[in-house]
Design a protein around this ligand. Structure first.
Ligand SMILES: [Zn+2]
Length: 87
């Protein structure tokens, strides 16, 4: 498996100050979009990844829901934190 997601854009989509849950929509360099679920308490921690269905999955090629992107949750978290994309 040579696929490696690279985040190109990020957009805050929802934030709940009370429970620290945040949702971001990220666009990858291959144009895939994913919704990332984060908790902040006080450190950021990724708790979920949903691929949006704008293009077929770059891994399994399905154009319906799959779980492939969930395997990259830690990679998404690392890129967002290391690149200071969330704060
Ligand atoms: Zn897939």
């Amino acid at each position: 498996m040579t696929f490696k997601p690279v985040i190109k854009e990020i957009e805050l989509s929802d934030r709940n100050e009370e429970n620290g849950l945040h949702q971001f929509v990220v666009t990858l360099t291959n144009q895939s979009k994913c919704r990332l679920f984060f908790s902040k308490d006080p450190d950021w921690k990724i708790i979920g990844v949903n691929r949006l269905l704008n293009i077929p999955c770059p891994i399994c090629r399905k154009d319906y829901y799959c779980n492939c992107m969930s395997k990259y949750a830690n990679e998404f978290e690392r890129q967002l934190i290391e690149n200071n994309l969330i704060q």
